[in-house]
Design a protein around this ligand. Structure first.
Ligand SMILES: [Zn+2]
Length: 245
């Protein structure tokens, strides 16, 4: 009975539609996580960059600190030796040298302070970036858990639908079944199209009147001349109930 076959085709279509939907949802999760991971890697690269900025500031800071230690030691020794100066001339010269050194020390302290401020600022930025990374990692972990739960659900549904699909396909005449599978694989979607007001609802092509008459006879499977889908009239099966597990 062609009517029975068409009912089966409609059920098959619905099942395949559900299977497609599940498959496309299944593909979303890995893509979503991949995107988040990409953004995480970008943030991690920024952290490395920021670490380099801090390192570059720390090197001159240490140099200045070492120099300052030496300079201060020198001034302290010279101050102690002031009393040993025999003449006013050498005493004045020593005083001048001490004053010069103190000026240099002051300048270096100014530079050191600036470097310390820059390091502090850079460290704050680093910490803020680290916080972003921590949040992103947490988000990836949470999304991963949710995705894995949903994937399990989807996997279960898919198995059921595929089982039902095999059952429905088995009810079709071999030739019709083969045609259905072929069209689906070619079009990556619906293989069956309803005809309404004389037009294919999939590609909106108007059917030749002759074909419409043949279709109304309901004794044979016909295809849309334009999109090649199996065409059916809404009256041919009388129903299109959803199939549940
Ligand atoms: Zn068509």
């Amino acid at each position: 009975m062609l009517e029975e076959q068409i009912k089966v085709l409609e059920v098959l279509e619905e099942l395949d539609h559900k299977i497609d939907k599940i498959k496309s949802e299944q593909a979303i999760y890995p893509a979503e996580i991949k995107k988040l991971e990409k953004s995480l890697h970008e943030e991690q690269a920024k952290i490395t960059e920021q670490q380099n900025v801090i390192n570059e500031l720390t090197v001159p800071k240490k140099e200045i600190e070492n120099e300052l230690a030496v300079d201060r030691e020198h001034v302290s020794k010279m101050s102690q030796r002031l009393n040993e100066m025999k003449t006013n001339e050498t005493y004045q010269a020593a005083l001048k040298e001490i004053a010069n050194f103190r000026k240099t020390i002051e300048e270096k302290e100014g530079k050191l302070l600036l470097l310390m401020e820059q390091i502090e600022e850079a460290t704050k930025t680093l910490e803020a970036r680290q916080k972003v990374i921590d949040e992103q990692q947490k988000l990836i972990e949470e999304k991963g858990k949710l995705a894995s739960t949903r994937q399990k659900e989807l996997g279960g549904e898919l198995t059921t639908y595929q089982k039902n699909r095999d059952i429905e396909l088995g009810k079709l005449d071999r030739e019709i079944g083969r045609k259905y599978e072929f069209i689906r694989s070619r079009l990556h979607g619906s293989a069956v199209a309803k005809i309404e007001a004389g037009a294919c609802q999939a590609c909106h092509m108007r059917l030749p009147p002759q074909l419409l008459i043949q279709l109304q006879r309901g004794d044979k499977i016909h295809n849309c001349p334009s999109c090649k889908r199996i065409i059916i009239l809404p009256t041919m099966s009388g129903h299109s109930q959803a199939v549940h597990q």
